[in-house]
Design a protein. Structure first.
Length: 406
């Protein structure tokens, strides 16, 4: 498996142009010459994976890639490109569709007009329970079930020659990290807040704060130089960007989080032999589980454990702030059908289906005991997952993924 985590812009552009030339010169999928009707007769193929996040997030993908390589008898291998070294986040859909990469990480907020369904459904995220770990498990499973069984989402990707493999949700909620404490609506008023995307603007404004659009790579300096007073944050953002060095006040105000989509070039997928597709399909759960453990649970635990050591003060959400935000979120959900994509015939029914899926997963998780308050306690080793995920994994493996085979 070849790895690229950084690269000069010139080299990235040259590589992309070389690939474009290769794609133009062949009618094969993504520039690949895919042969044979089974893994046994197929020539070896190396698929390209692009991700705009840092290489520190590579563990789940690498577990997936190793399983695919092993189960395919070495016929399918991967090159990986991290940190936007080949494809930036806002270029991912075009890059996957055009074959610059075969697989990548898709973020809906980059494509509100081109992918209206995923952008619109992002605004339902406040339905997820804020309690940890129940809400995180609910968002992972419920988000994937909704996206993978919604015909308009499937059609939206398929129309762009993209195959959706699964979704994952980095955190139960965004929270608020600031340079100064925000413990009341009076404290919040006028604060400039870096948003997670347009789906958070209304939530920020409802608390009297001012949403600011700022690239992820500029959040640290923005806080340091006073361009912004606060940022929406979670464990991944705090740790990967080192925000706890410049912002020491973290309040668990339950802002809506977001869902990431793992996508693949549809032509490459369709041209692979059936047993090769089955290998990738079965390895999805390894990738999904890795994200839950490493990017969800472990980063949450590290935030609380290491953040305290770095002098971060953690606050419960002020009741007035929480009530104001939740009232806005509920009102936004009630009016969401009015902002639905034009070709969605039953927006009210779609919102209700999302609510029902999330309610179903909440009930399942409560039955499994994941609402036990003791599960929110941080282990002595924050990089160790002590929560027993076996019942959850078994349910996802037996009831979710078989129904959502790509």
């Amino acid at each position: 498996m070849n790895i690229t985590s950084k690269g000069h812009a010139v080299r990235r552009t040259a590589l992309a142009l070389t690939m474009v030339g290769a794609l133009a010169a062949t009618s094969c999928s993504g520039g690949h010459r895919i042969t044979g009707d089974s893994l046994q007769t197929m020539d070896p193929i190396t698929l390209r994976y692009g991700d705009y996040t840092t290489v520190s997030s590579a563990g789940p993908f690498r577990s997936f890639a190793e399983q695919v390589e092993r189960e395919s008898g070495g016929k399918i291998t991967f090159d990986e490109y991290w940190g936007g070294s080949l494809v930036k986040g806002a270029e991912m859909a075009q890059a996957v569709r055009g074959g610059i990469v075969d697989m990548g990480m898709f973020t809906p907020s980059y494509y509100p007009s081109e992918f209206p369904m995923t952008d619109w459904t992002t605004q339902m995220a406040s339905v997820v329970e804020p309690e940890y770990p129940l809400g995180m498990l609910q968002a992972f499973a419920g988000g994937s079930e909704f996206a993978l069984t919604d015909p308009l989402i499937e059609e939206q990707f398929s129309d762009q020659d993209i195959k959706l493999l699964f979704t994952w949700t980095p955190s139960t909620n965004y929270h608020l990290v600031c340079k100064e404490p925000v413990n009341s609506l009076a404290d919040a008023r006028g604060k400039r807040v870096r948003s997670g995307g347009a789906f958070n603007y209304g939530e920020i404004e409802a608390l009297g704060m001012v949403p600011v659009t700022l690239p992820t790579g500029e959040i640290y300096e923005g806080l340091q130089r006073g361009v912004i007073d606060c940022s929406l944050a979670n464990g991944k953002i705090m740790i990967a960007l080192g925000l706890w060095e410049v912002a020491k006040h973290y309040a668990d105000i339950p802002f809506s989080s977001y869902t990431q989509y793992v996508i693949m070039n549809e032509d490459v997928w369709n041209r692979l032999p059936e047993d090769a597709r089955q290998v990738i399909d079965e390895a999805r759960l390894t990738w999904f589980d890795g994200y839950l453990r490493e990017e969800g649970i472990v980063l949450h635990q590290r935030l609380l454990a290491e953040g305290a050591d770095k002098g971060v003060s953690f606050y419960d959400a002020d009741p007035e702030i929480k009530d104001t935000l939740e009232a806005h979120q509920e009102q936004s959900l009630r009016t969401l059908p009015d902002r639905a994509p034009e070709d969605l015939e039953d927006p009210e029914g779609t919102v209700e289906r999302y609510r029902l899926i999330m309610a179903d997963w909440k009930a399942r998780l409560e039955h499994m005991g994941y609402n036990d308050p003791s599960l929110s306690e941080i282990p002595d080793d924050p990089e160790n997952v002590e929560i027993d995920l076996a019942p959850y994994q078994q349910t996802v493996r037996s009831e979710l993924f078989p129904r959502t085979t790509p």
